[in-house]
Design a protein around this ligand. Structure first.
Ligand SMILES: Cc1cc2nc3c(=O)[nH]c(=O)nc-3n(C[C@H](O)[C@H](O)[C@H](O)COP(=O)(O)OP(=O)(O)OC[C@H]3O[C@@H](n4cnc5c(N)ncnc54)[C@H](O)[C@@H]3O)c2cc1C
Length: 400
């Protein structure tokens, strides 16, 4: 069966284009498609926990998707506050999900330390802040529920330094931040020769066969026992099953020229129900993203471009909330494609009717917060037939 080219115009490849490059043919145990944080960490766990051959295939460069375009926040929880999480997922599941994101952060720290990865990791702390009285009321309920479940939940007032027109929020001192591009490249540097990396190699076709999966890419043909799609926001372009289930959703960011003194007491700030987020980087630059809420339809799809509406919106946010950034040089503006799932939770599992083809992604804007623990769990499950990480919460079967 042919899953890529026939389904998406952007992914289709003509006879002529297909013939332009000589194809290398390889046999491997597992092929991972997508070299973002998910694919890179899947290969990492296979390398460390197993003795198998892996091909990691990326259409651009490692980290060139959302992984290299995000804000670098390592936050506990999902995009929703804990009160909303409990409303949606129930008390028990919310506690499990929240605990997993804390475990995820610890795993990332372990990987950084074990492999001496220099990626500006900082346990800077975060503030989930309210920009309206209604939001504050929800955050107060969230703080209470977090405390009841034994999680960090310190309520703070509206005097967050350098952040105006804020109503207060929840301080989470154990949250952190990193440079995601340096992180994934550091992980790749730790691989043994069991991991073969193919960059600038777009996969445009895979067939399930009786022995496994055959993958055709730009310069490559791979025969493998199993393929794992780690393409997150691009899922709908490579699988008809995932189309409409993992919705490609653009996020936009800007960066303001460095300011020497420390801002926001060093914390990353996540506010307006997660629709705006900002942090000061180690060199003093300030990164601000979000403002998607008024342009939800415009922000769907795969296009990598910034738009005037959103970028203006971010500047209006600066005027209202971060006046010390007003008029300063904006050095960078960029966008990235995230994968949103129908219920906001990641999706993991074998695709229906496609034995040997797995998917992991759909993080709904929080892939740094989930990918380390979930990729570890998936690899343990595949190699050993079991894992203590409760992957069942994220089973793709809930969409069938
Ligand atoms: C603006 C923005 C801000 C964000 N901020 C945060 C944050 O602060 N904290 C957080 O936790 N999350 C954040 N996210 C979300 C986070 O970046 C993603 O959840 C995470 O990077 C997903 O990683 P991934 O490896 O699954 O996907 P990606 O990084 O998108 O990787 C998928 C890869 O697959 C490749 N690919 C696609 N199709 C093919 C093909 N046919 N053949 C070969 N390769 C292919 C792509 O080139 C890409 O490199 C943000 C995202 C954006 C866009």
């Amino acid at each position: 069966m042919n899953y890529f080219g026939t389904e998406s115009k952007s992914m289709s490849v003509s006879y002529w284009l297909d013939k332009r490059n000589v194809k290398v043919k390889i046999k491997t145990d597992i092929a991972i498609i997508g070299g973002g944080i998910t694919g890179v960490l899947l290969a990492y766990w296979m390398d460390k926990l197993g003795d198998i051959k892996v091909a990691l295939i990326e259409k651009g460069e490692i980290g060139s998707g959302a992984t290299g375009r995000n804000a670098g926040f390592l936050l506990a929880g999902t995009s929703e506050n804990y009160y909303r999480m409990q409303q949606q997922y129930g008390k028990r599941r919310s506690k499990d999900i929240y605990s997993l994101t804390i475990e995820n952060h610890n795993i990332i720290k372990e990987i950084i330390n074990k492999n001496s990865i220099s990626c500006d990791y900082t346990p800077c702390g975060s503030i989930t802040a309210a920009v309206t009285a209604e939001e504050l009321a929800e955050l107060e309920k969230s703080a209470d529920l977090l405390a009841k479940d034994g999680f960090e939940s310190k309520l703070i007032g509206n005097d967050i330094p350098d952040f105006e027109n804020c109503f207060g929020g929840i301080l989470k001192q154990s949250d952190g931040g990193l440079n995601p591009v340096r992180f994934v490249n550091g992980v790749v540097s730790s691989y043994s020769e069991n991991i073969e990396l193919f960059q600038h190699c777009e996969v445009y076709n895979y067939n399930t066969t009786k022995n496994g999966v055959k993958i055709t890419a730009d310069k490559l043909i791979v025969d493998c026992e199993m393929a794992i799609l780690a393409v997150n926001g691009y899922a709908g372009a490579v699988s008809s099953f995932l189309k409409g289930k993992v919705v490609p959703t653009r996020g936009q960011v800007l960066a303001v020229a460095p300011i020497k003194r420390q801002l926001f007491d060093g914390n990353s700030i996540y506010c307006d129900f997660g629709f705006e987020y900002f942090r000061q980087l180690p060199n003093g630059a300030v990164l601000l993203g979000g403002f998607r809420q008024d342009y939800r339809t415009e922000e769907l799809g795969y296009s990598d471009e910034t738009t005037e509406n959103i970028q203006k919106g971010l500047e209006i946010f600066i005027d209202k909330h971060l006046p010390l950034l007003k008029g300063r040089e904006i050095t960078h503006r960029w966008s990235g494609v995230m994968g949103f799932s129908p219920d906001g939770l990641p999706l993991i599992g074998e695709l229906p009717s496609q034995p040997g083809v797995m998917f992991i992604g759909g993080y709904t804007g929080h892939g740094l917060g989930f990918s380390a623990v979930l990729s570890k769990g998936l690899v343990q499950q595949l190699l050993n037939g079991r894992t203590d990480i409760p992957l069942g919460i994220f089973s793709i079967r809930r969409l069938i």
